[in-house]
Write a protein that binds this ligand. Structure first.
Ligand SMILES: [Zn+2]
Length: 212
């Protein structure tokens, strides 16, 4: 079996990580705990839903643990450009406005990854394009541009086409967008992303140890 990468969980993340593992054990052995408790009451059953919810929490923690690592990598790998969308721009013109603005300010590049935001932290969508800003301007009706007030674009510095899936994956871990139909970026890339690989391994180990 593959071994996990060695990302270091900070104390805060580690506490949450151990807490989730504790919950799994405690729920699995709830009848044992209940048997030796003065007034046991009803004990909650270990269900598949319970397990899968805990797995999802573990996924999020692993993703979060990788953020500092991915931030450094993205900085090295890509040039970041960003535009704020003024309120006066009509919602259905925003995608076009962003594409025009980016072309004017930063030139035209064929390969890019974009992220659209609403407010400071809320990311709607991370996506990639290998046909330049057309990928943005053609999505005028998509809510992730419609309701966006900021778009960041990342242009890879080297190995432009090949690095796109990695860049999209890293930015997806960093921004945690609400809209995820296209993630993972490339099925064959997944095994190369340390975060996705760790998530996959933890999932399979937890499912094997806690059948439901
Ligand atoms: Zn990944």
């Amino acid at each position: 079996m593959d071994s996990m990468s060695r990302v270091v969980l900070n104390p805060h993340l580690r506490r949450r990580f151990y807490g989730i593992l504790d919950e799994l054990w405690r729920r699995k052995l709830s009848s044992v705990f209940a048997a030796f408790t003065p007034s046991p009451g009803k004990h909650a059953k270990f269900t598949k839903t319970f397990r899968e919810d805990r797995i999802e929490e573990l996924d999020d923690l692993i993703s979060e643990a990788y953020i500092p690592y991915f931030r450094r990598w993205v900085e090295k790998t890509a040039e970041k450009a960003q535009v704020k969308i003024p309120k006066r721009v009509e919602c259905n013109n925003r995608a076009e406005w962003v594409a025009t603005r980016l072309a004017k300010q930063y030139g035209r590049h064929k390969h890019l990854v974009y992220a659209s935001f609403a407010g400071h932290k809320k990311c709607w969508k991370v996506g990639r394009s290998d046909r330049g800003l057309k990928r943005i301007s053609s999505q005028a009706d998509a809510y992730f541009f419609y309701h966006s007030n900021r778009v960041a674009v990342f242009y890879p510095r080297r190995r432009k086409k090949r690095v796109l899936p990695a860049l999209e994956c890293a930015l997806t871990h960093i921004y945690d967008p609400r809209h995820l139909p296209k993630w993972p970026p490339l099925t064959k890339y997944l095994q190369k992303c340390p975060a996705c690989r760790d998530i996959g391994l933890v999932r399979s180990i937890v499912r094997r140890m806690f059948p439901a």
